[in-house]
Design a protein around this ligand. Structure first.
Ligand code: HEM
Length: 511
């Protein structure tokens, strides 16, 4: 029995208590002030035929609370499912980082939220969409959020394009319905998306279960060791359940069979004790390594294809949270939430994300969202941040400033962010080594033939909705530039003039 219910029981007036049997008493309904509700089925009225009374404060309170049950949904990743578990580190990487979450044998509680990106909160879980894979590690040095997706890359490489990317892919501002015409209008002017679109239209673009997908941090992050040395790393969760997607011919029956397949599958597995696991792998580069590629290694549209991976731990999800709203809805993940030894790289997308998440969460959940149980660190929070809507931090004392000779709060230990060398002047310019198409082609050629067929089937079906001829041929030229076989097959499937596709592709550079 929780504390609140015990309190309300304590304050039930003796006369009311006498009217209840002890069994009914334990489960007695109360109002929000803890006082017992008598009749929860009939409103107070002025006589048998008269209007309902304003003095029925139980009725008024019940309707007021109901009227306010919804909060703004996430502007992206609104449809999601959370689960709890733990991460166990199993490799000594103290040569790379001082982050305690990676001390071998350390058990760290985690909360993971899987999601679709574009759909609204109640939308089907099987849309063709990337899947969010966000992990909150409640570490002994504070919370670390690894907010990733199920692929190693993204559509765009600069945060300034993110609102446009989302507007073009969300439902139309006129019809409220997603429109391939608008999406491909944006992508025809965004050649760096070619690789990610190729991933999106494989079977993995519709995973058949959240358990059957990998997760990636996508960006490079910096790990910092005790000597202050920096390494750039990428994180990869490998599913122990394997990776499976839905084939195009199975989409109608699969979606028809269960609108909530992904949540039912995950929670079904957890309830029967079939706990899913992911191993965490890292790729590591030194700062000097960054320049050795013919692409920009900090561009999030690129994979580090020839860099080996090493395993550093395993995550097991083992519990369905007790309350969907207080966990999946109220959870707030942010790439800016890091711990000593883990820092952001200079990736231009990540840099924008460092601002955007905490900002949207202050709007969506309020200034004190970090005090909600799902977001609260498992270590004490000692800061001079205070007050604001719904504050319940229980902060004590009047020294809410620093420096102070009166405070008993110790100075922070001397952790300083690592120093990054800079060059040049401020600027507003694209990166130099764009290489927009080559990795898309390498990925296409790595697919088994059935996957290639499914990719062409699914992608051409959407390209066939593109009514603007220029946009359609531009898209086809990008895929042709990535790989001639890929481009030819799409041209056939979309009834396009191959020579026009080839001419457009020949005019593209890939460097
Ligand atoms: C500059 C580019 C981006 C911006 C501005 C951005 C912004 C946002 C915003 C505003 C949210 C909603 C957060 C909330 O209401 O709690 C969100 C959610 C999310 N984003 Fe991004 N995003 C960007 C790129 C990315 C990328 C590249 C990834 C993957 C690596 C990603 C993964 C996610 C995930 C997984 C969530 C859902 C987290 C959850 O389950 O609550 N985003 N993003």
């Amino acid at each position: 029995m929780n504390k609140q219910r015990m309190l309300s029981r304590w304050y039930v007036p003796a006369t009311v208590g006498l009217l209840m049997s002890s069994a009914a008493f334990a489960a007695a309904l109360t109002r929000d002030n803890g006082s017992p509700v008598g009749d929860n089925q009939n409103s107070q009225t002025a006589g048998p035929e008269g209007p309902t009374l304003l003095q029925d404060s139980h009725l008024i309170e019940k309707l007021q609370r109901f009227d306010r049950e919804r909060i703004p949904e996430r502007v992206v990743h609104a449809r999601g499912t959370g689960a709890s578990g733990e991460f166990v580190a199993d490799a000594d990487i103290s040569d790379l980082t001082i982050a305690k979450v990676f001390t071998p044998g350390e058990h760290t509680p985690v909360f993971v939220r899987f999601s679709t990106v574009m759909g609204y909160r109640g939308s089907p879980e099987q849309a063709r969409d990337p899947r969010g894979f966000a992990t909150k590690f409640y570490t002994s040095q504070g919370n670390w959020d690894l907010v990733g997706i199920n692929w190693p890359i993204f559509f765009i490489r600069d945060a300034i394009k993110f609102p446009d990317f989302v507007h073009a892919n969300k439902p139309s501002a006129v019809t409220g319905v997603q429109d391939a015409n608008l999406a491909f209008d944006f992508f025809a002017h965004t050649p760096e998306a070619t690789s990610m679109l190729t991933h999106l239209y494989t079977d993995e673009g519709m995973p058949d279960s959240y358990r059957h997908m990998d997760g990636y941090g996508v960006h490079a992050f910096k790990l910092v060791n005790a000597k202050g040395e920096v390494h750039y790393v990428k994180f990869h969760w490998k599913s122990a359940q394997g990776v499976h997607g839905i084939r195009p011919q199975n989409i109608p029956t699969s979606i028809g069979s269960d609108w909530n397949l992904m949540s039912n599958d995950l929670y079904g597995a957890l309830k029967r004790g079939d706990d899913p696991k992911w191993d965490l792998y890292i790729q590591v580069l030194t700062p000097a390594d960054l320049d050795r590629f013919d692409y920009d290694a900090l561009d999030d549209t690129k994979v580090w294809s020839d860099v080996p991976e090493r395993k550093i731990g395993t995550m097991t999800l083992n519990r369905v949270p007790d309350n969907y709203f207080e966990t999946s809805e109220e959870s707030a993940f942010a790439p800016s939430r890091m711990v000593p030894g883990i820092e952001p790289s200079e990736d231009r997308m990540l840099q924008g994300r460092l601002f955007s998440y905490a900002d949207t969460q202050m709007y969506r959940l309020g200034a004190n969202y970090n005090e909600l149980p799902i977001n609260r660190p498992r270590v004490p929070v000692v800061s001079n941040n205070q007050d604001g809507l719904m504050n319940a931090s229980d902060r004590k004392g009047e020294i809410n400033y620093e420096p102070s000779g009166l405070s008993d709060v110790a100075q922070s230990p001397a952790y300083k962010p690592v120093q990054t060398p800079l060059r040049g002047t401020t600027q507003q310019a694209a990166i130099h080594k764009t290489l927009d198409f080559r990795q898309a082609g390498e990925y296409y050629r790595s697919l088994p033939s059935q996957d290639k067929n499914d990719l062409v089937t699914a992608l051409s079906a959407d390209l066939n909705h593109v009514t603007n001829d220029d946009n359609k041929y531009t898209m086809l030229s990008y895929f042709y530039k990535a790989d001639a076989d890929y481009g030819k097959r799409l041209a056939v499937a979309t009834h396009a003039d191959l020579s026009r596709v080839q001419a457009k592709a020949a005019a593209l550079s890939d460097n």
